[in-house]
Design a protein around this ligand. Structure first.
Ligand SMILES: C[S@@+](CC[C@H](N)C(=O)[O-])C[C@H]1O[C@@H](n2cnc3c(N)ncnc32)[C@H](O)[C@@H]1O
Length: 278
């Protein structure tokens, strides 16, 4: 794992005031205003997309990442430094993989919230939790998870609530990245770590070529075989317009985090994890 960029807020650095603006543009690929903000229509299409792929999402992840997404998610949970008894949040939880890992980590004295705006993903997450721990089971060493349907840009939680926060493959999908980061910062307690896993928009041309080749020649054709081609075609452009590691670090500091480090994950730096501290 390589830390590409690590920075602390400089003395006198101002916390960015983030205005969440929306646009009525009708194109799903339009960028509204700043380069890290997209239209509300794009966000709504993204919500439909994640509802549609919910039934096949886990299998596709396993096949397309050769199971590696499990290791990347494990690393993300570790970087969040969630501890026994903590109250923790997984934003853009999808079908709940990371939230379940958090639940194991904080144990039965802890509390986990998994938040997503796609109802079908949350339904799948609840089913998976039930399969793992049937209601008849006496197993008590994991935290109960509360699934919340909500928007990462307007988190339905009080300020200073969480001891650790994770987000997996969500930041690239939100309409307004600066706003999402400032919401994560708002609901985190002082000292909390926020670990954000996503594809890495690398500055290394070879990494990007490898990533593009895999997406075009493996991911999209395989998704086509599963009737979700359109849903996976958006991946490559979404990675290309995602901030690079150093840009993510700058955005995190502008959102008010005290420290931010971006790690490139193996193999090949294809994934990245932004770890921020409040
Ligand atoms: C690629 S999936 C990742 C799911 C899960 N974290 C994982 O790693 O397997 C992205 C998730 O982000 C959710 N999402 C995107 N934008 C969101 C928003 N503004 N608010 C809440 N959830 C959002 C989608 O519904 C989707 O479930």
């Amino acid at each position: 794992m390589t830390a590409t960029t690590e920075r602390k807020r400089g003395r006198g650095q101002r916390t960015a005031l983030v205005a969440s603006t929306s646009s009525s543009s009708s194109s799903s690929s339009d960028i509204a205003g700043n380069p890290f903000e997209q239209t509300t229509q794009a966000a709504s299409e993204r919500q439909d997309l994640f509802n549609d792929i919910a039934p096949v999402y886990d299998q596709l992840n396993d096949v397309l990442s050769l199971g590696l997404h499990r290791a990347w998610k494990r690393a993300t949970v570790k970087w969040s430094e969630a501890r026994k008894g903590d109250t923790v949040l997984d934003v853009c939880c999808g079908s709940g993989d990371i939230a379940q890992r958090l639940s194991d980590r904080v144990g039965d004295k802890g509390t986990v919230f998994g938040l997503d705006f796609a109802e079908n993903q949350l339904r799948r997450a609840a089913e998976k939790m039930e399969e793992k721990t049937p209601s008849t089971s006496n197993e008590t060493n994991t935290a109960k998870i509360t699934w919340v349907q909500g928007d990462a840009l307007d988190l339905p939680f009080e300020d200073d609530t969480f001891d650790a926060i994770t987000m997996g493959y969500g930041l690239r999908n939100v309409r307004d990245i600066p706003k999402a980061l400032s919401e994560l910062k708002r609901v985190a307690k002082s000292g909390t770590k926020v670990a954000i896993l996503d594809f890495n928009n690398s500055r290394d041309e070879t990494t990007n070529q490898v990533s593009g080749f895999i997406l075009d020649n493996v991911v999209v054709p395989f998704a086509k075989m599963n009737d979700v081609e359109a849903e996976y075609k958006y991946l490559r452009p979404s990675i290309e317009r995602f901030p690079t590691g150093p840009e993510l670090v700058d955005l995190a500091l502008a959102a008010g985090f005290e420290e931010a480090t971006h790690y490139e994950l193996q193999p090949g730096g294809l994934m990245g994890c932004l770890v921020c501290q409040v």
